[in-house]
Design a protein around this ligand. Structure first.
Ligand code: ATP
Length: 797
C-alpha cells in the first residue's frame, strides 16, 4: 500500500528532526572527544582518565557517524488501547529527547521495543495496526510502504509469511555492488528468532543457499554486542569466514551497523605473526584436517624427547668429560612426561634432574681429585670421617656453572629441545624419517608422503590448526613472566578503580545525555585497556594473542571446516557460546563435514540447538528449479529452499563443441565463444539494470585460460578493469562460496563435478550465486541433472 504525499511530507519532517538530534549528539561527542584529547599533563591518573574518555567518546562518535544512511527505516502504529498509543520509529540507533524526560524518538532495531517490527503479522499482530517501511535516500524520505496488520482488512501475508514484502522485494532487486549490505530494515521473522536467540551454548543454523545465513550471522553479532555489551566488549566477538575474498565481501556490514569491535578472520589467520599464503594439494589438505593429526603431532613431540643409545659424553669446560647414561636419561624423561605438562614446560623437570646428576658427578669427581692430591694422613683416634668435603653451597655453585656450560646446554637441547611450533612442524614435514615415525599407526600406507615438502615452503591455511595444536602441546615455560604480569595486573586494577571513581565525580557536573562511564567501562575493562596501553580494542588485541578466548564465536560456511579447524576454534571459545551457520549440501572441502552432529559431538555431545532457514532471498525461482534438480541428484531426501521471487527469465545453456584433443580443443572452443557470450551478458545487465556484477565461474583447470580470454575481450573493447560497470570477475566455485552476483556464467559444469571430491556440491554452489541471470557454457555433454532442463543449444561445430 503506498502512502499519500501529505504522509510523505509528515514523515520527512519527523526524519529531519531525527537527523537534527543525530547531529546534536555527534557535536556533543565531538566536543567531549576534543576536550579529552586537548587536555595534557597532570598526574598519571589524569592520563588514565583521558584515555578512558577518549575511548568512550571516539567509540560513540564512530557509531553515530556509521548510522547516517538509512537512520530511520520503520514505524509502527498500534491498535487502540494498546500500551502507549503513539507510534514508534525504528532505526539503526536509539535517539532520545533530552528535553522531554528522555522520550524515545528512535528505537534501536536491536531493542526489545523494536521486535514487533520484525515479528508482527496479520494473524499475530502483537498490537500493531500498521507497519510502515520508510525508504530514504541520504536524508530524504523517498517512499513509504505500509502494511495494515488486520485480517479483516484483507491484507494477508503470503504463504512464506514475509513481513514488509514490498520493502523486502525492493531490497532483493537492488543491483549488487560486490559488497554485502545490511538487512536491518527487512529482517524476516525466522531470521529474527535466530538473531535474538540466547548467546549461551552452540546454535547451529542450517539453511540452503541464499537463505540469509551470512546476513543473520552478522546481525546476530551486532545484536549480541548491543544486548550483552558488558560481557562481550572485553572478550570480543570472533567471526570466522572461509577465505579473504569472502571477508572483504562481508567486511562493511558490521561497521554499517555501528559495530567495529568484531574480529573477522579465516582460520588460517588465527595464528598471530604467521601468514599462511601457501596452498596445499587437495590430498594434503584433507589429511591435515583429520582428527588423527592430533595424534601425529603428539607423536612428533614425543619423538623429540630422546635418550642416548648407550651413553652421552659431555665435555664440560675445564677438560672434564661427564657422562649421561641411558637409564638415567630414561628416568628423567619418565619423570618429566609424568607431569603431563606441555613439552617446553616439562623440559624444566627433565633438565633439572639431569643437572642434578651431572652436578653430583662433577662434585664427587672434584672431591676424589682433592682427596687423591692430599697426603695420606691417618685419622687420629678421636676423629671420624667428616663425609663430603663440599657443602650444599659449593654444590649449588657447581650446578649453576654446569647449567651455563655450553656443552651441557647442547646435550640437554639435543635430548629434550626447547621448540617452537613452527620449528617442530617444519622439521616434521621436511623429514621422511620423522614423518614416517610420527604417522605410524595413524595414517594409512604411505599417506605421509602427501605431507612431505621442501624446506622453506610457505605455510598453508591447513598448517595453522596444526601449529595451534603444537603450540598447546609444546607450551611455554613462562612461570616467571606470568607471576610478573599477575602482580602488574592487580596493581592496574586497583588503580583503575580509583580512576573510575574520579570519572564518575566528573560526570556529575556534565550533561546527563551522554552515555555514563560505568555503562561502558568497569574496572576490569579499564584495567585491560590500561594493560593494552595502546588503546587497542579487544578484537585488535585478540588478533595479536594466540591464547585469547572470545566471548562469542560465529562461524560462517561452517561446513567447510576440518576436524582440526574445530579443535582450534573450540580452544578460542571455552564457554562454547557459539553460532555456526552453514549448509551441509554445499560442502566443497574434502576435509569439511556433511553432518553437524559429527563435528560437535567431541565438544558438546548432543547439547546443541538446530535452527533451519528455508526461504531463499537470493536466487530467483527459475534458477532454483535447475539447482533443485542438482540437489536431488546429491540426495533425493534434501529439499531446496523456496525462492521469494521470480526473475522472469530462464537460465540459458550453451554448448561449445571441442574437437579431438580434449584440453586444447576445449580451450580453443571457449576462446571462440566465451568472450562474445560474456559481452552479451554485460550488455543485458547494462540495458536492464544499468550495471552490476557478473562472475564467470569455472573449474580451476580453466581459470587461467578464461581470465586471459576476458582480459583480451576488455582490451578489444577498450575497457578499463578498475572502473568497469558491470564488473566482471573470474572465480573458481570454491572462491565464490558465500558470494553473489547479478549474473553468473558457469563454465564446464561437468568438469566442476569431476574435479570435486564432493560430487555435485560445487555445481550446486555455482548455480546458486546469481541474483538475476544465469548462463551455462558446456564443453562436454551436460551432467544429467542439467540436461533435463532447457536443452543446450550447440555452437562452434
Ligand atoms: N531479510 C532480508 N532482507 C533483505 N535481504 C535479505 C534478507 N535475507 C537475506 N537477504 C539477502 O539475500 C542474499 C543472500 O543472503 P546470504 O548471503 O546471507 O545467504 P546465505 O544463506 O549465507 O547463502 P549461501 O549459503 O549461498 O552463502 C543477500 O543478498 C542478503 O542480503
Amino acid at each position: 500500500m503506498t502512502a499519500e504525499p501529505t504522509e510523505l511530507a509528515a514523515e520527512q519532517r519527523y526524519v529531519s528532526s531525527l537527523y537534527e538530534r543525530l547531529d546534536a549528539e555527534r557535536d556533543l561527542a565531538d566536543r567531549r572527544l576534543t576536550e579529552a584529547l586537548r587536555s595534557t599533563g597532570g598526574p598519571p591518573q589524569a592520563a588514565a582518565e583521558r584515555e578512558a574518555a577518549t575511548a568512550t567518546y571516539s567509540d560513540r562518535l564512530a557509531q553515530l557517524k556509521s548510522v547516517e544512511q538509512g537512520l530511520c527505516f520503520g514505524r509502527l502504529d498500534f491498535s487502540e488501547g494498546h500500551d502507549g498509543d503513539s507510534p514508534i520509529y525504528v532505526g539503526r540507533v536509539g535517539l532520545f529527547d533530552t528535553e522531554d524526560d528522555y522520550r524515545p524518538l528512535l528505537v534501536d532495531w536491536r531493542a526489545p521495543a523494536a521486535r514487533p517490527f520484525y515479528l508482527a503479522t496479520a494473524a499475530s499482530p502483537e498490537g500493531v495496526r500498521r507497519r510502515r517501511h520508510l525508504r530514504t535516500l541520504s536524508r530524504r524520505v523517498v517512499g513509504l510502504d505500509d502494511e495494515v496488520l488486520d485480517l479483516a482488512a484483507g491484507e494477508h501475508t503470503d504463504h512464506l509469511g514475509l513481513a514488509g514484502e514490498a520493502a523486502l522485494l525492493s531490497a532483493l532487486e537492488r543491483r549488487r555492488t560486490g559488497e554485502m549490505s545490511d538487512i536491518v530494515a527487512t529482517i524476516q521473522a525466522e531470521q529474527d528468532a535466530i538473531i535474538r536467540a540466547e548467546p549461551s551454548g552452540v546454535l547451529v543454523v542450517q539453511g540452503g543457499p541464499g537463505t540469509g545465513k551470512t546476513a543473520v550471522a552478522l546481525h546476530r553479532a551486532a545484536y549480541l554486542l548491543y544486548t550483552y555489551r558488558r560481557q562481550l566488549t572485553s572478550r570480543g566477538v570472533l567471526v570466522v569466514g572461509p577465505n579473504s575474498t569472502f571477508l572483504r565481501y562481508i567486511g562493511q556490514v558490521l561497521p554499517s551497523l555501528g559495530e567495529t569491535g568484531v574480529l573477522l578472520a579465516t582460520v588460517g589467520e588465527l595464528f598471530p605473526g604467521l601468514s599462511a599464503t601457501g596452498l596445499d594439494t587437495p590430498e594434503a589438505a584433507e589429511i591435515k584436517g583429520r582428527i588423527g593429526m592430533a595424534d601425529v603431532l603428539a607423536n612428533a613431540v614425543r619423538d623429540r624427547q630422546l635418550v642416548p643409545d648407550d651413553r652421552l659424553e659431555v665435555p664440560v669446560e675445564g677438560g672434564e668429560v661427564l657422562v649421561l647414561d641411558r637409564a638415567t636419561c630414561e628416568r628423567a624423561r619418565a619423570k618429566a612426561r609424568d607431569t603431563l605438562r606441555p613439552h617446553n614446560v616439562a623440559r624444566r623437570v627433565f633438565t633439572e634432574r639431569l643437572l642434578d646428576v651431572l652436578a653430583d658427578q662433577s662434585v664427587s669427581r672434584l672431591e676424589s681429585r682433592v682427596l687423591d692430591d692430599l697426603p695420606d694422613i691417618p685419622l687420629a683416634a678421636d676423629e671420624v670421617d667428616g663425609g663430603p668435603m663440599l657443602d650444599a653451597r659449593d654444590h649449588a655453585t657447581v650446578r649453576q656453572e654446569l647449567a651455563e656450560d655450553p656443552a651441557v646446554r647442547e646435550a640437554l637441547q639435543s635430548l629434550w629441545p626447547k621448540l617452537t611450533a613452527q620449528e617442530l612442524l617444519s622439521d616434521l614435514f621436511t623429514s621422511k624419517e620423522r614423518l614416517e615415525s610420527a604417522t605410524a599407526g595413524v595414517l594409512g600406507g604411505d599417506e605421509w608422503r602427501s605431507l612431505l615438502r621442501a624446506p622453506g615452503a610457505w605455510w598453508t591455511p591447513g598448517d595453522v590448526p596444526l601449529l595451534d595444536e603444537l603450540a598447546e602441546l609444546l607450551g611455554e615455560d613462562d612461570t616467571e613472566a606470568r607471576a610478573r604480569r599477575e602482580r602488574q595486573r592487580r596493581e592496574e586494577r586497583a588503580y583503575a578503580e580509583g580512576v573510575l571513581h574520579v570519572l564518575e565525580q566528573d560526570e556529575e557536573i556534565l550533561d546527563e545525555e551522554v552515555v555514563r562511564v560505568r555503562d561502558v567501562l568497569d574496572a576490569e575493562l579499564l584495567a585491560e585497556r590500561q594493560e593494552a596501553s595502546s588503546g587497542l580494542t579487544a578484537a585488535q588485541r585478540a588478533a595479536l594473542d594466540r591464547s585469547w578466548t572470545f566471548g562469542h564465536v560465529i562461524v560462517d560456511e561452517a561446513q567447510e571446516l576440518s576436524a582440526m579447524d574445530w579443535r582450534l576454534l573450540m580452544r578460542r571459545c571455552p564457554s562454547r557460546s557459539m553460532t555456526l551457520v552453514g549448509d551441509v549440501s554445499q560442502t566443497g572441502s574434502a576435509a569439511g563435514t556433511s553432518a553437524w552432529g559429527d563435528v560437535l559431538r567431541p565438544y558438546v555431545d548432543d547439547r546443541w540447538r538446530l535452527r533451519e532457514l528455508t526461504v531463499n532471498y537470493r536466487t530467483p525461482s527459475e534458477i532454483m528449479e535447475l539447482a533443485a534438480a542438482v540437489l536431488a541428484d546429491i540426495d533425493p531426501e534434501l529439499s531446496a529452499p523456496v525462492s521469494v521471487r521470480d526473475a522472469g527469465v530462464s537460465p540459458w545453456q550453451r554448448r561449445v563443441l571441442p574437437g579431438t584433443d580434449a584440453t586444447d580443443a576445449t580451450a580453443a572452443a571457449l576462446a571462440a565463444e566465451l568472450p562474445s557470450l560474456v559481452t552479451e551478458e554485460l550488455a543485458t545487465l547494462t540495458r536492464e539494470r544499468g550495471g552490476g556484477t557478473l562472475a564467470v565461474l569455472c573449474p580451476a583447470s580453466l581459470e587461467g585460460r578464461v581470465s586471459a580470454e576476458l582480459a583480451g575481450m576488455r582490451e578489444a573493447a577498450g575497457l578499463d578493469e578498475a572502473g568497469e560497470n558491470p564488473r566482471v570477475s573470474v572465480l573458481t566455485v570454491d572462491r565464490a562460496k558465500g558470494l553473489e552476483f547479478d549474473a553468473v556464467v558457469l563454465v564446464a559444469p561437468h568438469e566442476i563435478v569431476a574435479a570435486s571430491s564432493r560430487g555435485s556440491n560445487d555445481l550446486y554452489v555455482g548455480l546458486t550465486r546469481a541474483t538475476q541471470r544465469l548462463g551455462i557454457v558446456h564443453t562436454a555433454p551436460p551432467p544429467p541433472a542439467l540436461s533435463g532442463a532447457q536443452k543446450p543449444s550447440s555452437a562452434g561445430g
